[in-house]
Each structure stands twice: as structure tokens, then as C-alpha cells.
Design a protein around this ligand. Sequence first.
Ligand SMILES: C[S@@+](CC[C@H](N)C(=O)[O-])C[C@H]1O[C@@H](n2cnc3c(N)ncnc32)[C@H](O)[C@@H]1O
Ligand SMILES: Nc1nc2[nH]cc(C(=O)O)c2c(=O)[nH]1
Ligand code: SF4
Ligand SMILES: [Mg+2]
Length: 246
Amino acid sequence: MNKTRFLHAPPKSTRGTTLRIAETFVSRQGEGILTGTDSFFIRTSGCNLRCWFCDTPYASWNPEGESRTIDSLVRAVKEADLKHVILTGGEPLLAPQSTLLVESLQEAGHHVTIETAGTIDRDVRCDLLSLSPKFASSAPDQKGHPDWHDRHHRRRMPIEIMRKLLSQSLDYQVKYVVNEPSDLPEVMTLTAELDIPADKVWIMPQGITPEELDATSIWLSDWTRNEGFNECDRMHIRWYGNRRGT
Ligand SMILES: C[S@@+](CC[C@H](N)C(=O)[O-])C[C@H]1O[C@@H](n2cnc3c(N)ncnc32)[C@H](O)[C@@H]1O
Ligand SMILES: Nc1nc2[nH]cc(C(=O)O)c2c(=O)[nH]1
Ligand code: SF4
Ligand SMILES: [Mg+2]
């Protein structure tokens, strides 16, 4: 199917439209099919989930950041002279303005990847939807965070919204964060429910140090290969450590 980039009308005026941004930076994509690609990262602040392992708490648990106009973000990307933009968070689709940001970046000729947990319905057509659905084991501790524990479970798996986001995108990958063997049945069930072909599935270990990633890969790699899925490392952790702005 020959999909055009815009779902409805061409982009509206962006003047004065702002988003809360935790950080922007230039780095190499560390995860998934575009690993190694020089990219401009835009990280929105705020998330509707609270994964216990979140590696960017400054955009979820304790959201930081400043209001930035779409025009200033598009200008910053242009100045960096890079084709690839990664819109991430926090949850980038939480802000309704994210749709206009994606359209404006595409209008300026950029390839836009959206890193999302896929829980929020938006009419957005990105170049690569990088969907990272959250398993039951990702919920925060019930005793320590009873409200977020319940919200996380209620919000984490809206299958119809995920189907819609996937069908709208020009291309996609499904990137599962696996922390423990009990996550694996969920990988299989959800992949079947969403009807995702094996070559679009990336299995990524949970971890923010090379040691954690390696420890999980010991039992995860064989399983991943046997199922015909792609293995996904987190190269930015190996290149730079778990540091902001990388
Ligand atoms: C910080 S999230 C932001 C986008 C969106 N909220 C999401 O979770 O997909 C960016 C990516 O990092 C992954 N991630 C976050 N913390 C992680 C960890 N401790 N280990 C492995 N992956 C992690 C997420 O699953 C997602 O693929
Ligand atoms: N280098 C690098 N690659 C990434 N791929 C996805 C990231 C994200 O936080 O969404 C990320 C990130 O934070 N850094
Ligand atoms: S959904 Fe993404 S940003 Fe939100 S808490 Fe989980 S990993 Fe962090
Ligand atoms: Mg990251």
C-alpha cells in the first residue's frame, strides 16, 4: 500500500505551539533496526505509566523540563543537519501537540521514529513506530506506589490503540523489554494478538549497565533465536553508560 505521510489535512500552523521537553541531544540510535544511525533526540517530559525500571525518571517519575515551541525544535534539528529524529519520552504521545511536531519534522524532510509504549490514541503517521508494550512485571511495587501500580495495570495494554498506531505508521518495530522468564508468555500472546511477523519483533533485555544486559542475555538469546525474533541490545549503554543526553 502506498501510504502518504499525513493522515488528514497537511500540517496546520505551528506558531506558538509548545511541548514540555526534558532534553534534546544528538547521539546514535542504540536500539532496534536503526541501531548506529546518527539521530537527533527529542525527549518529552511526562508519562502516563510508571515502569519500576524506567531509565529516564526525569521524564516520568519526576518530570523535568521546559516548554519549547515546535518551531524552535524543528530549527534545532535543522541546525544539527541530521535526517533522523527520534521522538521519545516519557511518553511522547501524551501531548496532543506531538502530532503536529511529527508532521512539521516530516515536512522539513526528516525521518521520524517515535518511541512509545503505545497506550495513547493519536492520529499520527510516523516513519518508524517503535512500539514497546509494557508487561505486567513492569508495574511499580504495590506497597510503595499503590495508585501508580493500579494505574499502570489499567493503562498499559490497550490492544485496539496499539493496532491503530501500528496500522497508521509507515513502518514499525515491536521492541519488548524482557526482565524475567515470566515475561516470555506475554511476548508470545501479544505478538499473536497484534499479528506481528517475527522479523518485526525485537527482544531487548531490561538493564542500565552492560553487566545487567549481559546477565539477562545469557538465558534470553537462545530463546529469542529459537523463536525467530531479532535480538536487541542497548548499544548506548555500552557506548556511553546510562547518562543523560546520550
Ligand atoms: C524511556 S522509554 C520512552 C518511550 C516510551 N515511554 C516507552 O516506554 O516506550 C524509551 C525506551 O527505553 C526502554 N526502557 C526504559 N527503561 C529501560 C530499562 N531499564 N531497560 C531496558 N529498556 C528500557 C523503553 O521500553 C523504551 O523502548
Ligand atoms: N542512544 C540512544 N538510543 C536510544 N534509543 C531509544 C532511546 C530512548 O530513550 O527512547 C534511546 C536513548 O536514550 N539513547
Ligand atoms: S512507559 Fe516509558 S517513559 Fe514511561 S515509565 Fe515506562 S519506560 Fe519510562
Ligand atoms: Mg533511552
